[in-house]
Design a protein around this ligand. Structure first.
Ligand code: GLU
Length: 506
């Protein structure tokens, strides 16, 4: 790495829909690298393909970065010294570079209509516009200068294509893969500037990475085949010495390791693949996201970081700051990383346990409000401490703790009725009287009071603990039963024993 060069990396998504977790991981790795090296993390919206533009997708990307805590130093929303950060707003700038390439002999005008190209594709199933056939097609290389001029002056629709030379070896040093080599004879003459004056991805990405002084280009493996075109452009535009370093991240694979994880796999296997819910504005189709499924951003980010990276130890739990302190590109593996939803859930569970109650409270209060409950925060805080260990998702809180907020609507009678007898009925009638007079209503004192009563009855401990639990919570679950009784308070506990007993002996 050039020590003197300021680290500037970019996340450059196209606003075409929801953000796949692979996209968020690309953003994350870029962010971590930037922060690790005191550099800048830039969000650039690559919206030059008007046919793929989807309204709402850009705002979604920004929300997503915000949710994950990947706040750009420069972006369409934050501004910056290298703006604008939306390629559509930079449109006017690209043509001059394409024209410069034509003037320097590295690119050419192509006038072929889409019908002509379609006919070529029909005739030659493997049609590629390249050094092999460019002289047989309609472009400024096959036509005379005068013909070309006439077509341009007559306003003939045209594109500008790169003139890829045959027989060259194009190579670069990928920070993850090492030396990567391409044979230029196999490459096609990609379009650089479209008929509508918009640059293609290839031209825009190189011009912008240069204008924005990007030091490192980190992106998904699917962009590797584009790298040789970009390298030629860096060279042809006279910028080779300022070319960024590159790394292409491994794919995120399906759980069985067979191929890239797609949105369809998520639908098929029942887990999210997008970071947040995405509603397609055209079809109205809703694709579920990690956020809405109940993932904490800390867990989501931690899980993503470990998909293809580790710090060289067995450690798996890292906060964002810890990731920043440890991140390095050379610890990213070349091989694809299998996505494992059970593991993702494990991260969430661990993060729920790890975060202070205060950090989880707003979500819990919203969850409770959704069930029509307006509870006291201190009460909720104590309950959260009791049930935290049992939560995989925040939404599990209600399932695990609803009985703290409302009396059971049903009882697991099958768990206790078969072993019920009159002696137990008498025990519970007596305990109601005992507890009504009992003070102080604290956990330890309640336990010893209850256990003393069991001993006096001559029955076994186990026989009378489960019924109490079922009366208080409705079933065979929940934390320590005396913790529950202490929290519910005397009045509520007595009411529940009375109601539970009536249900059992009915
Ligand atoms: N616009 C490309 C994308 O949608 C960016 C690829 C790159 O980072 O060069 O991912």
């Amino acid at each position: 790495m050039d020590e003197n060069r300021k680290v500037r990396v970019r996340f450059a998504p196209s606003p075409t829909g929801g953000l796949h977790l692979g996209g968020v991981r690309t953003a994350l790795f870029n962010y971590l690298f930037a922060k690790r090296h005191g550099g800048d993390f830039i969000l650039r919206i690559e919206d030059t393909d008007q046919t793929r533009y989807v309204p709402g997708a850009e705002a979604y990307i920004q929300d997503c970065l915000q949710w994950c805590g990947l706040i750009p130093d420069e972006s369409p929303a934050h501004g910056g010294a290298y703006g604008p950060y939306r390629q559509s707003e930079r449109k006017a700038m690209y043509r001059q570079y394409a024209e410069q390439l034509v003037a320097d002999g590295y690119a050419y005008y192509a006038f072929d209509t889409s019908e002509e190209l379609e006919a070529q594709r029909k005739q030659h199933p493997n049609f590629r516009y390249s050094h092999e056939n460019r002289l047989e097609l309609r472009n400024s290389l096959s036509l005379s200068e005068a013909e070309t001029r006439a077509l341009l002056d007559g306003g003939q629709s045209h594109v500008i294509r790169i003139k890829v030379p045959p027989g060259e070896t194009i190579s670069f040093e990928d920070m993850i893969r090492g030396r990567v080599t391409f044979d230029s004879s196999l490459m096609d003459d990609k379009v650089l500037l479209k008929a509508d004056g918009m640059p293609t991805y290839h031209l825009a990405v190189v011009v912008d990475d240069h204008q924005m002084a990007i030091s490192h280009v980190f992106r998904g493996e699917e962009w590797l085949p584009s790298a040789p075109i970009h390298i030629l452009l860096w060279e042809y535009l006279g910028w080779r010495s300022q070319m960024p370093q590159w790394a292409h991240f491994p794919l995120i694979l399906k759980p069985d390791g067979n191929g890239k994880l797609s949105k369809r796999d998520g639908d098929r296997l029942g887990f999210p693949v997008y970071a947040m819910n995405w509603q397609d504005p055209k079809t109205g189709d809703l694709t579920k996201g990690f956020r809405e499924m109940g993932f904490l951003p800390e867990a989501f980010v931690n899980m993503l970081a470990l998909l293809g990276w580790n710090d060289g130890t067995e450690r798996e739990l890292f906060s964002m700051d810890e990731l920043v302190a440890r991140f390095s590109i050379d610890r990213i593996s070349k091989a694809g990383a299998k996505f494992d939803f059970e593991k993702a859930k494990w991260f969430n569970h661990e993060w729920i346990k790890q975060l202070p109650n205060q950090a989880l409270m707003p979500q819990i209060m919203t969850e409770l409000a959704g069930h029509g409950i307006d509870a006291d925060e201190k009460y909720v805080d104590t309950i959260l401490t009791l049930v935290k260990e049992r939560l995989t998702f925040m939404a599990d809180f209600w399932e695990q703790a609803a009985y703290f907020f409302k009396q059971p609507e049903a009882y697991d009678l099958a768990a206790i009725q078969p072993r019920w007898n009159d002696e137990k009925t008498v025990f519970f009638r007596d305990i109601l009287t005992t507890l009504a007079a009992f003070e102080p209503w604290h956990r330890a004192e309640l336990e010893s009071c209850y256990k003393t009563a069991i001993q006096a009855s001559g029955m076994k401990m186990g026989e009378l603990m489960l019924p109490l639990r079922v009366m208080l919570v409705g079933g065979k679950f929940g934390p320590d039963v005396f913790d529950i009784a202490a929290l519910l308070g005397k009045k509520e506990t007595l009411e529940r024993i009375t109601k539970g007993l009536a249900a059992i002996v009915a």
